[in-house]
Design a protein around this ligand. Structure first.
Ligand SMILES: NC(=O)c1ccc[n+]([C@@H]2O[C@H](COP(=O)([O-])OP(=O)(O)OC[C@H]3O[C@@H](n4cnc5c(N)ncnc54)[C@H](OP(=O)(O)O)[C@@H]3O)[C@@H](O)[C@H]2O)c1
Length: 204
């Protein structure tokens, strides 16, 4: 399959790109800073990506900004960034993918377990993840031409915990999280939120 991984140079995305490549897929990575450019906050750039890369079977997004901040410190601009980037950026990616992917293709976006299991500082990101969960479930009922849409919902990634000097023991290594994305691309799920945590890798 020809697969575009958005955020393919990030912690999760680079592992996903590698795992898909190892399974024999033709993988192209895209992001704001990559050679193949896309900014999820800019719908025109999503359309330009599909115009420049024809005949794509699957697109995976491991991208989108969310902010951790105490509730009373969150500004209007903070909420706007989270909504424009991780939420509407990925929603607009799904809308474009529904038009441009080959028949029976798939789009896989990234949400997060903070939708269901919030922690102090996660209000904005929990809002975005929960919104994405609802969108994916609803969109899965209406995708055209046999195209599937699913979301992977990671918990903490080991490499991220280490980067922030936190205890890595509750984390899932990025390489294991990547296998969940590969299953979403290669499998038959439609409209599912697939958890990828250390203890639980199940659709809900
Ligand atoms: N890491 C974790 O523990 C964890 C846990 C749960 C959920 N998640 C979610 O998983 C996703 C990826 O996390 P990560 O830790 O892998 O992040 P990361 O290492 O910061 O990588 C993010 C990637 O996304 C790209 N990107 C960011 N904004 C973009 C935009 N507007 N348009 C296009 N590309 C964009 C970045 O590249 P450029 O800068 O070049 O654009 C980079 O390749 C995020 O949505 C995050 O909320 C992560």
């Amino acid at each position: 399959m020809k697969v575009v991984v958005i955020g393919g140079n990030g912690t999760i995305g680079s592992a996903v790109a590698k795992a898909l490549g190892a399974n024999g897929h033709q993988v192209l990575t895209a992001s704001r800073g990559s050679e193949l450019k896309v900014d999820l906050q800019d719908q025109a750039s999503i359309e330009a990506l599909f115009a420049s890369v024809p005949n794509v079977n699957a697109v995976v997004s491991c991208a989108g900004d969310g902010l951790f901040k105490p509730l009373t410190d969150l500004t209007d601009a903070d909420f706007e960034l989270c909504l424009r980037s991780k939420l509407m950026g990925q929603v607009n990616l799904v809308r474009a993918a529904a038009k441009h992917l080959l028949d029976r293709g798939s789009v896989t976006v990234t949400t997060g377990t903070l939708a269901m299991h919030p922690m102090p500082g996660s209000a904005a990101i929990s809002l975005v993840n929960a919104g994405l969960d609802g969108f994916v479930r609803g969109a899965g009922l209406e995708m055209p031409r046999g195209i599937r849409v699913n979301a992977v919902s990671p918990g903490w990634i080991t490499e991220t915990l280490l980067k922030f000097g936190m205890d890595p023991s509750p984390g899932l290594p990025a390489v294991e999280c990547a296998n969940v994305y590969v299953s979403a691309v290669e499998g038959a799920d439609q409209g599912k939120i697939i958890e990828a945590t250390k203890l639980d890798v199940t659709p809900r």
